[in-house]
Design a protein. Structure first.
Length: 155
């Protein structure tokens, strides 16, 4: 797969034609065209290097060899979602439950940070249920406008 298949202008024109306007770009006036990632860095079509401080997927770095290998091995067997009965999701839930209080051991897995607020998962609900008091847990800050409104706290 070629990393830089079309010009930035062509990519932008196709995106504007084919993607919803609600799928916003950073820097809409002059967006950076990212063509690859490695570790904590992203690279544009000219080879300029950027530290990726906002990507919501690559927490261990882009193209991490252990993650790439694990994904490759799993995709050779099965690539599915939580709607099918499969061992992987319960294996993961079981491993995760061993690190948490019992009251926090019912899981609803989502594919991104945007789904939580839409499913009424809030940063305050889990600690209140587990320890009887509301305190903030470190949580994902979604970039969807719904979440930005949902998690805005007035002074």
């Amino acid at each position: 797969m070629a990393a830089d298949r079309r010009s930035k202008a062509d990519t932008l024109a196709l995106r504007q034609r084919l993607l919803s306007s609600s799928c916003r770009l950073f820097f809409p006036e002059d967006p950076v065209k990212i063509v690859r990632g490695q570790g904590q860095y992203l690279y544009d079509e000219h080879g300029a290097e950027y530290i990726d401080c906002v990507n919501n997927v690559a927490h261990v770095g882009h193209c991490h060899p252990v993650v790439v290998q694990a994904a490759h091995e799993q995709n050779q067997v099965l690539n599915t979602n939580s709607r099918y009965l499969h061992d992987n999701i319960v294996d993961y839930a079981q491993r995760l439950s061993e690190t948490l209080p019992e009251k926090l051991c019912v899981f609803y897995f989502l594919n991104s940070g945007e789904g939580g607020p839409k499913k009424k998962v809030t940063p305050m609900s889990a600690p209140k249920q587990a320890w009887g008091r509301g305190s903030l847990l470190p949580s994902y800050r979604s970039w969807c406008s719904f979440c930005q409104i949902q998690f805005s706290f007035s002074q």
